[in-house]
Design a protein around this ligand. Structure first.
Ligand code: IVH
Length: 708
């Protein structure tokens, strides 16, 4: 049985196996799964499909369930089902986890490299007679060679990982460098952390950076916003937030990755003599190292590397904020030693800051889709880490007051990752005469309607009679999660409204190529493409359409809830507050917003016009309304599965139960409601029979899923 290279999923029935045979198969499966985890997470070169991987995993789970004495806490299956902890325990590090001295410019890097040569006994051996004292030879750029390793400076979370006999034993955060917090439970659920190493020494403690890849972060935040949760400010906070969870189930399935970069302790094998050899060893053991690490010898190499990574900074999937320059020779590191908090053998060279000071010229007010007024700071344009910034949001009137910014003030701008620039603070200028403090306008700057106060916000109540809100509504209607109309962004929407071509959503469907051709930035092709894209958006699903209407408080998830409950636009139109509030996820505020939207005569008219323009919202199909509120149908019911099902993997069957509010467990007990018996059932079926538990075959199980 070799599941590494030739994974066969043609398994023998469980009962046909002796304990020894099962033990052999389990061992082979564990090895195979670890190997494929390694290829997937460390090498990022998967060799099998997800479907085959799932089958191997399911088989291992089934075998372990059938032969509980063969279970092991180091099995890949044990990543699943870890228990929450009640608090994060303190953990002392084996060796101090120091920080890095960091510098901003290459003169200091030149000094550092010179020092390395001198203090580590290398001397100035480039033959130009330049002595090591001055550190001012940045002009020629080349000092004598000194073996260095260059690495990105990751902006993640520094952690310690400990392996004993090649098996993951614990992990902790850096904390103050001496004591951190035990996060083993969460690391066990982070798939990028290997639970077992290949041919590793008896004992190993390594330092690594765990982080959330930018791509995963964007997706996670989208999901959070759609659910109505606060988005994380940046990937670093997201990763740190996950690592400090008490319940490891929140970590499972989250996009987390890591790079290992230092050795803290090793036992049972000599430590590699150089850092680049250590990086190779780490990779041999199965620990992920960064592919951007590089060997170097001269200041020029370091400069080139710094420039290259700074250029790639925004396109890399990992956030980095500089480069780390390390002495390669580990014995020489020892001789150099450490300062109070940082070693003398390494240096961080940070990228240009994404922070700048500029003048606030004016505060204007922008009107959004829902009529909310947002104060915007117009700034004297300034380059912040390679991007010219001329505007920053001030959120609301309270925020302007809190920051006390006024036209003419000097302000500090920060730009983190891809997010919109923010004003961090005002910089006090003694003796300066300041402008009057900002006040929100009393009338809408776009349509002159009187502004009303809405909690922390100011709002223009004119609705779609206000052009700014109409532009916002069109943009939202066309956005990706709504009707996904390609080529209809904010700029186009604004032109359509300003030129009087569109007065409401229904007008979009009457646009013709000639109308669009006259607009700025539109040629014949673009005009034709947009008309076609709008035409394709005539049969939206109910969920997308409800979301696209831009009803207050109705995000994508709530649109799903309403769709499931009502199944058709007509049914939703008829719903009153009582009917809406009967839905568990819907509170009084949401119910009121939905009713108010559909009661509004203008909105009714737009819906009517959309219908006349040929927009047909697709009802949820015939049998689906029965499933409409299926999220609770199996609520409180506990299922156990045994044997193989023909149409479901174990995971699919479990998810199907969970999607309906039920629970799937692995052991039969008096708390079990149903035992689902597949092909080649195990001993659980007998136990269920003994306990008088209802036993379902696959067809009965499917029926239960469908009808409840
Ligand atoms: S080596 C003793 N290498 O930067 C030197 N650190 O204060 C140990 N960091 O929180 C650190 N990327 O976690 C090292 N390639 C890298 C790094 C790195 C990021 C972090 C480190 C620490 C901070 C420096």
């Amino acid at each position: 049985m070799d599941f590494k290279h030739h994974p066969s999923t043609d398994f023998r029935p469980l009962e046909a196996l002796s304990r020894d045979q099962a033990a052999d198969e389990i061992e082979a499966l564990r090895e195979g799964i670890r190997h494929h985890d390694y290829l997937y997470y460390v090498k990022t070169e998967p060799a099998i499909s997800d479907a085959v991987y799932d089958q191997l995993f399911d088989r291992l789970q089934a075998l372990e369930a059938e032969f509980p004495s063969l279970q092991s806490e180091n099995s890949p299956t044990q990543r699943i089902g870890a228990e929450p902890v009640s608090a994060l325990n303190k953990r002392e590090h084996r060796a101090a986890m120091l920080s890095l001295e960091s510098v901003q410019n290459d003169d200091e890097v030149a000094d550092f490299i010179k020092r390395l040569q001198r203090d580590a006994g290398g001397g100035d051996n480039d033959g130009d007679g330049d002595d090591a004292g001055g550190g001012d030879d940045a002009g020629d750029g080349n000092q004598g060679p000194v073996a260095l390793v260059l690495e990105p400076k990751f902006d993640g979370l520094s952690i310690e990982l400990i392996y004993d006999q090649g098996v993951f034993s614990s992990g902790s955060t850096r904390g103050d460098g001496y004591t951190g917090e035990d996060i083993s439970h969460n690391l066990r659920r982070a798939a990028a952390v290997p639970m077992r190493l290949h041919k590793a020494p008896r004992h190993l403690a390594v330092r690594a950076e765990i982080f959330m890849p930018r791509s995963g972060f964007t997706a996670l935040n989208r999901e959070r916003v759609q659910r109505g949760d606060e988005p994380f400010a940046n990937p670093r906070n997201a990763a740190a937030g996950l690592m400090r969870q008490l319940d490891p189930n929140r970590v499972a399935g989250r996009p987390l990755d890591l790079f290992c970069y230092e050795l803290l302790e090793i036992d049972g094998e000599a430590a590699p003599a150089t850092h680049h050899q250590l990086l190779e060893r780490l990779a041999d053991w199965g620990l992920k190292t960064c592919p951007l690490n590089r060997n170097a010898e001269h200041l020029d190499d370091v400069r080139a590397y710094h420039a290259e990574l700074e250029g790639q900074r925004d396109t890399l999937d990992v956030e980095i904020d500089g480069v780390v320059i390390k002495l390669d020779d580990r014995a020489r590191r020892e001789t150099l030693g450490v300062r109070a908090r940082s070693p003398r053998w390494a240096l961080a060279w940070k990228f240009a800051p994404r922070e700048e000071i500029t003048t606030l010229e004016e505060i204007t007010v922008q009107v959004g889709r829902t009529g909310i007024l947002t104060p915007i700071a117009l700034l004297q344009p300034v380059d912040v880490g390679g991007v010219t910034v001329s505007r920053a949001t001030l959120h609301n009137a309270d925020e302007v007051q809190r920051k006390d910014v006024r036209p003419g003030d000097q302000v500090r701008i920060i730009r983190a990752g891809d997010v919109i620039p923010e004003i961090a603070e005002r910089i006090e200028q003694p003796g300066q005469t300041r402008a009057l403090s900002f006040a929100m306008p009393e009338h809408c700057p776009v349509c002159s309607t009187e502004i009303i106060r809405d909690g922390a916000y100011h709002r223009c109540p004119a609705g779609l009679a206000c052009e700014a809100q109409l532009v916002g509504q069109i943009t939202h209607y066309a956005s990706r999660d709504a009707l996904d109309i390609d080529g209809l962004g904010e700029e186009t929407a604004r032109q359509l409204v300003e030129r009087g071509l569109v007065h409401d959503l229904a007008d979009l469907y009457r646009l013709e190529t000639q109308d669009l051709e006259a607009m700025e930035g539109f040629g014949e092709t673009a005009a034709r493409n947009l008309v076609q894209a709008i035409d394709r958006a005539r049969r939206p699903s109910l969920q997308r359409f409800v979301y696209a209407l831009g009803i207050r408080h109705i995000g994508a998830r709530m649109a799903t809830v309403l769709t499931r409950r009502f199944g058709s636009l007509d049914a939703l139109l008829k719903a009153d507050r009582t009917a809406l509030e009967r839905i568990p996820e819907v509170g009084p505020e949401i119910a009121a917003a939905v009713v108010a939207f559909f009661d509004n005569a203008d909105n009714r008219q737009v819906l009517e016009k959309l219908r006349d323009a040929g927009v047909e919202v697709e009802d949820v199909s015939e049998q689906e309304p029965a499933q409409a509120d299926d999220s609770h149908r199996l609520s409180g019911k506990t299922f156990v599965f045994t044997g193989e099902l023909a149409h479901y993997s174990r995971r699919e069957a479990q998810s199907a139960v969970e999607a309906r509010g039920g629970r799937a467990t692995s052991d039969v007990s008096s708390a079990t409601d149903y035992l689902v018996r597949g092909k080649d059932p195990g001993s659980k079926a007998e136990r269920a029979q003994d306990l008088g538990i209802e036993i379902l075959d696959e067809a009965e199980f499917e029926q239960l899923l469908e009808q409840g």
